[in-house]
Structure formats: C-alpha cells, structure tokens
Design a protein around this ligand. Structure first.
Ligand code: DGL
Length: 264
C-alpha cells in the first residue's frame, strides 16, 4: 500500500499522479487538517507531527510513503528516514533542477512556503542545481488557505497570485516552480497571470515515477482500496476530493490527535 501525507489537501495533487501511473496499487492518504497550514510553523513542531504521522502510516501497512508536502519534507525527511529505517520515503523539494536546465532567460521563479525556503534541503538543491541562474522566490501568503477552503477561482485568490507573480514576471522569469503541493490546484490561475510563454513546473509525475521505481517487482493488489483520513473535519476533505479530484462516492475517516501527541 502506498502512503501519502500532507498538512491538508495539497498532497492530493501528488495522489492524482500516482493514481494515473499506478492504478493497480492501494493507497492511504492522511491530511493533518487540524494543523494546516504548516508553512509558518517551527520545524520542531512540523517534525513532531510528521514523525507521528509516519508511525501511523507504517502501522497501517504503508510502504513506500510519500511525504507529499515540501514543508514537512524540509523539516522531517532526514529524521524519519533514521527513525524508520525499514520504510522507503519519498520527499518533496521544489523542482529547481528542471527549471534551471530549461530556462532561456536565466531567471526562474519559485513559489513555496516560508518553512520550505528556510530548510537545508531547499538550500542544498538550490546551490547544487540553480547556481547559474537567478532565482526569485515568493511565499504567496494566503494561497494555501484559499485552496484548503475551496476558493481557487475567487477574485481574492487571483489577487494573491497577481501580487506574488507580478514582480518576478517583470524581472523576466520564464519558468515557475510550484514548490508547494497545494499550488498545482491553482495552476490555471497561475498560467493565466503568467501567460503562455512561461512554463509551470510541478513535481507530481516525477514523484509517481519514483514510487513506481521503489515498488519494483511488488505485485499489484488483488483488491484495490483507497483510504482517506484527516485530523480535521471529514466533510472538508470529502468536499476537496469531490471538487479537486472529481471523485463521486468517497468515504473519509476521522483521525484524532491525543493529548500525549499520539494519533488514534
Ligand atoms: N502542501 C504543503 C507543501 O508542499 C504545505 C502547505 C502548508 O501547510 O503550509 O509545502
């Protein structure tokens, strides 16, 4: 069973690609919507939530597990790999490499949370792959909340994105990296503002191929199941599955944080 985890609905943009490539495998998705957004939280806190989520997913039978959240990957990927050595983890980091390799203007834009920009993982990737290009960054304040609330095509979302994108577009970026898994759900709004000459780079398909590689010779499931759980309001995740993934009949299970920091 493939496990996926995000602070909220963002990881569904990765789930969608995994489903496309590996429809014969069962999945379990957990969103920590009791704590979304993660972007502004201290790393120590995000690490605590993520570690417990991994414990829950492993206990539920998931392997490999995709940390379908750039912020949680930055905060916790190294730690969970050490803590749970028998599990294969796939982490998310803004896709600077394909952007830097393909840009013609030598200028790329990256949209991600403050947590992601702060992390060593991001800095490492930036130094390694984007040393030769100029990188413009923006945290797009408010966009994660708009997507969580199903307000993707509102005028407020448009304004939030216009404010984030205009300065980098004025500087001539021709690639925009979506470094937060929530943002692909606003891709059409972003493309609209940026125009056709700008290419938007998102990680879903590459992550799905990585999962396929990790599964190796694993036999597909005879009965394919897709479980969805949230620590928040189950109707919110259910509505997101209907709105964002056009699902029809779907059950969402509740998951609760206990006073001792454990999940049940
Ligand atoms: N979807 C997440 C990411 O990729 C985090 C959004 C948030 O909770 O701030 O970074």
């Amino acid at each position: 069973m493939i496990g996926l985890f995000d602070s909220g609905v963002g990881g569904l943009s990765i789930y969608r690609e995994i489903q496309k490539l590996l429809p014969e495998f069962s999945t379990i998705y957990v969103g920590d919507q009791a704590h979304v957004p993660y972007g502004m939280r201290p790393y120590t806190e995000v690490r605590k939530f993520t570690t417990e989520m991994m414990r829950f997913l492993i206990h539920s039978g998931a392997n490999p597990i995709v940390i379908a959240c750039n912020t949680a990957s930055g905060a916790a990927l190294r730690y969970v790999r050490k803590e749970f050595p028998k599990t294969d983890f796939v982490g998310l980091v803004p896709a600077l490499k394909p952007a830097a390799e393909s840009t013609r203007s030598g200028r790329i834009g990256v949209l991600a949370t403050p947590g992601t920009f702060r992390g060593k993982l991001y800095l490492h990737v930036k130094n390694k792959f984007a040393g030769e290009v100029i990188v413009y960054q923006d945290t797009v304040p408010g966009l994660v909340e708009q997507i969580e609330n199903g307000q993707i095509h509102s005028s407020e979302t448009h304004e939030i994105l216009e404010k984030a994108l205009r300065p980098m577009l004025t500087k001539g970026v021709d690639r925009i990296v979506l470094g937060c898994t929530h943002y692909p759900f606003a891709e059409d709004v972003i493309q609209n503002i940026a125009g056709d000459t700008v290419e938007i780079i998102k990680p879903g398909a590459a992550v799905a191929r990585r999962v396929q590689f990790l599964l190796g010779q694993t036999q597909p499931d005879e009965v394919v199941l897709h479980r969805f759980l949230t620590t928040g309001d189950t109707t919110i995740l259910k509505n997101a599955l209907i709105q964002l993934l056009q699902m029809k009949d779907v059950d969402v299970e509740p998951l609760s944080w206990q006073a001792d920091g454990r999940l049940i």
